[in-house]
Design a protein around this ligand. Structure first.
Ligand code: BES
Ligand code: ZN
Ligand code: ZN
Length: 496
């Protein structure tokens, strides 16, 4: 979708020519040619456009007039006067994409401003914003909506006098954003159309395309291995569980990172049934699984070399069928620990525990990150802006916090003292699956901690950010594709 253009704004005769403008005390300024600058000046005088962040000025040039570019439409987007950051450019990219789609533009040319900032960050931010902001999920719409006249944005080209050394930034931004869009697609699909089998199918497809190894553990294999967590949660469903394992070889001898993602394709709560209002959103309970598979896609497509990766997605539904787990049942997790299932709605930790324990035993990773829509409690604590981070390792935490910051997906670390684990004491088994209501995001993580041993491990609770994420130009209403770009960035920035 993205490329650098050799055609400059003077000769461009396409759908939409875009400039970026900074706000200043004397008016908006951008690096457009004379006539466009004149329009900006005039509109500034009217008080309608000052270059404030997110502000837009769209006009339709008369081509007979000398000096005005021959494009059909010209758009100027404000960058404000704050410090220039990748997030600022990402948001500008999102604004451009949505405006392009509101008009009938199918392609555009964006003129890179000559500003004093890191050019690679600028290009990568714009590239991410354009792709993320152009995302729509229209698969199940048979008719065009009357107000959304726009077609999909097909092509966006960037223009700079010199784009030497910037191709990589453009490409990496696009790869990460496209992977996040794929994760949004998976989440948008109804539970009937994104099943555990679809996770396996996509894993195999990724492996074939990018030269990775994909293994799928089926129900019989899980029984042999003693994965009582995922098997227990699956008991009430008519669809068998699947555990998808994807391996990426970055470099022999490099450290191995294990990623585990919750692939709960529908969470009704099981016998501890959820209230029906809003239950349809529980098709999104697979966003952790989507995030790790799509992060693998991005890493493999970019051929990153710093780390070896293994991704595991335990996938099942949680339904109250006749054979479903009952509150009070005791299960045996992979590795032998017994768990009293006090609440069948706390199912994510049961399937993750098997995947974490198995992945650590089998692949002996140097570090582990799991991603899961695990608790409503994390939403109470952090709302919809920051993902909850809980970890047994400060270095891993710091790296993830930095990766999230760079990606526009901020995290917030919560404590995980041993004291919290006390809530998980069971009268009849090694552990029970829920503690008291208070501190629910922490006790959920405390449960997982029992299955990772001494391996450096971090847990991302994305329940508040996987959908309904902070409103931004490049974040759509439904699923956000959260954590894909953070994980991609984490791997990219891995150094010793
Ligand atoms: N998938 C849910 C968590 C969730 C809730 C995600 C809301 C996104 C939005 C999880 O399986 C769950 O049901 N957790 C329970 C745990 C409780 C029973 C201890 C919860 O948070 O209510
Ligand atoms: Zn649940
Ligand atoms: Zn769940």
């Amino acid at each position: 979708m993205l490329s650098f253009s050799k055609i400059g704004p003077e000769t461009y005769a396409g759908d939409l020519l875009v400039y970026l403008a900074r706000q200043s005390d004397k008016g908006a300024y951008c690096c457009a040619s004379g006539e466009v600058d004149e329009v900006i000046c005039r509109v500034y005088g009217l008080g309608d456009f000052s270059g404030k962040e997110g502000e837009q000025l769209l006009f339709y040039p008369e081509h007979e007039r000398q000096g005005i570019p021959t494009a059909k439409r010209i758009l100027v987007v404000g960058l404000g006067k704050e410090v220039l950051s990748r997030e600022l450019f990402r948001k500008a990219g999102g604004t451009i994409a949505s405006l392009a789609m509101k008009s009938k533009a199918q392609e555009l040319l964006l003129v890179l401003p000559d500003l004093a900032c890191d050019k690679a960050e600028m290009v990568e931010g714009l590239s991410e914003g354009l792709v993320l902001g152009a995302y729509r999920f229209k698969k199940y719409k048979t008719k065009k909506e009357p107000d959304s006249s726009g077609e999909m944005l097909q092509q966006a080209a960037l223009y700079a006098v010199s784009h030497k050394g910037l191709d990589k930034a453009l490409k990496l931004g696009e790869i990460g954003a496209q992977a996040a869009c794929k994760a949004r697609d998976m989440a948008n699909e109804p539970a009937s159309h994104w099943t555990p089998g679809h996770f396996s199918e996509y894993g195999r497809q990724l492996a074939a395309t990018h030269g990775m190894t994909c293994t799928v553990l089926n129900q019989a294999r899980m029984e042999k291995l003693g994965m009582g967590g995922i098997l227990g949660v699956n008991q009430g469903s008519a669809m068998p569980p699947e555990m998808v394992i994807l391996e990426y070889a970055g470099k022999p001898g490099a450290p191995t990172l294990l990623l585990v993602g919750k692939g709960l394709t529908f969470d009704s709560g099981g016998i501890s049934l959820k209230p029906s209002v809003g239950m349809e959103e529980m098709k999104y309970d697979m966003c952790g699984g989507a995030a790790v598979l799509c992060a693998m896609q991005a890493v493999a497509q970019a051929r990153l070399k710093g780390l070896n990766l293994v991704a595991i997605v335990p996938a099942t539904e949680n339904l109250p069928g006749p054979a479903a787990l009952k509150p009070g049942d005791v299960i045996t997790q992979y590795g032998g620990k017994t768990v009293e299932v006090v609440n069948t709605d706390a199912e994510g930790r049961l399937i993750l525990a098997d995947a974490l324990a198995y992945g650590i035993k089998k692949y002996k990773p140097d570090m582990v990150i799991d991603v899961a829509t695990l608790t409503g409690a994390v939403i109470v604590g952090l709302g919809h802006h920051r993902t909850g981070l809980l970890a047994n390792n400060d270095n891993l935490s710091a790296r993830l916090l930095a990766a999230g910051e760079r990606s526009g997906e901020p995290l917030w670390r919560l404590p995980l003292d041993q004291e919290y684990t006390k809530q998980l004491k069971s009268g009849i088994a090694d552990l029970k699956n829920v503690g008291k209501k208070d501190g629910g995001a922490i006790t959920a993580a405390a449960f997982l901690k029992e299955f990772v041993g001494d391996t450096p491990w971090a847990h991302l609770d994305i329940a508040g950010t996987a959908w309904d994420f902070t409103e931004k130009s490049y974040i759509p209403k439904g699923p956000s594709g959260i954590a894909v770009r953070t994980l991609f960035d984490f791997v990219r920035n891995w150094k010793g």
